[in-house]
Design a protein around this ligand. Structure first.
Ligand SMILES: Nc1ncnc2c1ncn2[C@@H]1O[C@H](COP(=O)(O)OP(=O)(O)OP(=O)(O)O)[C@@H](O)[C@H]1O
Ligand SMILES: [Mg+2]
Length: 382
């Protein structure tokens, strides 16, 4: 069977995509502000915030890489120094990384911050360029009494050379900054990324799938299914993890394409989902509807129409020798399942008909579980 992940490395978290769909405007504005300042020989500072997986890191690295590639601006080439501060939450440890980025190194011990800054300045002077410092996951650094943010945002006054500073964090960092630093991050120096909505996530997935996967190995339905799962948090990282997980499962199955079932299984392995205890707590009505849904969704499909589900459910009841269910009870049961977070309902344009989806767990697994339970509950004949 042909591979699905034909360029797997492009789904790796370290891969920086050439384009960031739905962030074109933000990239354009930010790049322009940098270019305009640098052309005048001035630095430009930015505080970049947004939720988990909203594309902060990707956006900052993209803007940095584009500026560096553009060559000299205002007389100097741009050099990007990226530091993830998550595990280096002190001025000195961040400084060690910054020293490395200007090709000087100091042993880890025994130097004060000001000594390190002197060496840093020499490093910049030795090879004059405009330094774009990206401090990612800056929250913990800034929540401590950092002097580095002040020093880097006032590099000219403190004679450090030409440095632009980008602070990246989930939360707004202004409340933690001293007054002098705060003034560097006025309104035109702040960018808050909104979470991606479902259709934006589907577009992000499509752009990344086009890079990484064999054409024909995924269809828009599957991408939309993943987008629907990731939409509540607007998290592109989670969406891409699901895509990659589902693609791997499909390859393991020697399948020709990724199916809705692969996505559900991938989700199950990333997040703890429905437990058997929850299944135990379901009413007989709920069990029956859920079982017909899992049977209907087995295989490729990601969602089904409520009419089709109702017909399959009626057939199941007949098979079990159970009394038929009224339309009202059927709907109430679906609504209950929706409230329990087990299914997703989407009302179609016609009002009456809905699309029913179940992303919580693999349909095949659920079907087995439910069949067992219903089998146990079923009165023996004869
Ligand atoms: N618009 C986009 N187009 C293509 N890929 C994107 C886009 N936005 C984000 N991604 C990808 O989604 C993943 C998550 O993005 P990123 O790491 O930039 O999020 P983040 O906001 O920094 O999240 P965190 O707060 O968890 O660090 C990355 O693999 C990134 O390449
Ligand atoms: Mg990040």
């Amino acid at each position: 069977m042909a591979r699905i992940l034909v360029r797997e490395e492009t789904l790796d978290p370290s891969y920086l995509p050439p384009r960031l769909v739905h962030r074109e405007k933000e990239i354009e504005i930010t790049s322009k502000r940098f270019r305009e300042a640098l052309a005048k020989g001035l630095p430009y500072h930015l505080m970049l915030t947004g939720g988990v997986g909203s594309g902060k890191t990707a956006l900052a690295r993209r803007v940095g890489a584009d500026l560096a590639r553009a060559g000299r601006t205002g007389g100097f080439p741009v050099h990007v120094a990226y530091v993830n501060c998550w595990r280096r939450a002190s001025d000195r440890t961040v400084m060690l990384d910054l020293l490395r980025s200007v090709d000087v190194s100091l042993p880890d011990r025994g130097y004060s911050l000001s000594e390190m800054l002197d060496v840093f300045e020499q490093g910049i002077r030795k090879n004059p360029r405009h330094l774009l410092v990206l401090l990612d996951e800056a929250s913990s650094l800034v929540r401590q009494e950092t002097k580095l943010v002040y020093l880097l945002s006032r590099s000219r006054e403190v004679e450090l050379g030409s440095i632009s500073l980008v602070l990246i964090a989930i939360e707004d960092l202004l409340p933690y900054l001293d007054r002098a630093s705060r003034s560097s991050f006025g309104v035109t120096h702040r960018l808050a990324l909104a979470p991606y909505d479902r259709s934006a996530l589907a577009d992000v997935l499509a752009a990344r799938a086009e890079l990484a996967l064999r054409p024909g190995s995924y269809d828009p339905d599957v991408l939309d299914q993943i987008a629907r799962i990731a939409a509540p948090n607007g998290d592109a990282r989670f969406a891409l993890e699901l895509l990659s997980g589902a693609a791997h499962l499909a390859e393991d199955d020697s399948a020709d394409a990724i199916s809705g079932e692969h996505v559900r299984r991938a989700k199950g392995s990333i997040l703890p989902t429905v437990t058997e205890t929850q299944i135990e707590a379901l009413s007989t009505h709920e069990l029956g509807v859920l079982l017909s849904l899992s049977r209907t969704l087995k295989g490729r499909s990601t969602s089904t129409s409520s009419q089709k589900l109702r017909a399959n459910h009626a057939a199941l009841l007949e098979e079990l020798g159970a009394p038929a269910m009224s339309r009202t009870t059927f709907w109430r049961t679906l609504k209950e399942l929706e409230r329990d977070g087990l299914v997703t309902l989407e009302t179609g344009a016609s009002g009456e008909s809905s699309q029913v989806a179940m992303d919580e767990m693999p349909a095949s697994f659920l079907a087995t579980l439910l069949e067992e339970r219903i089998g146990r509950a079923r009165p023996r004949k004869g």
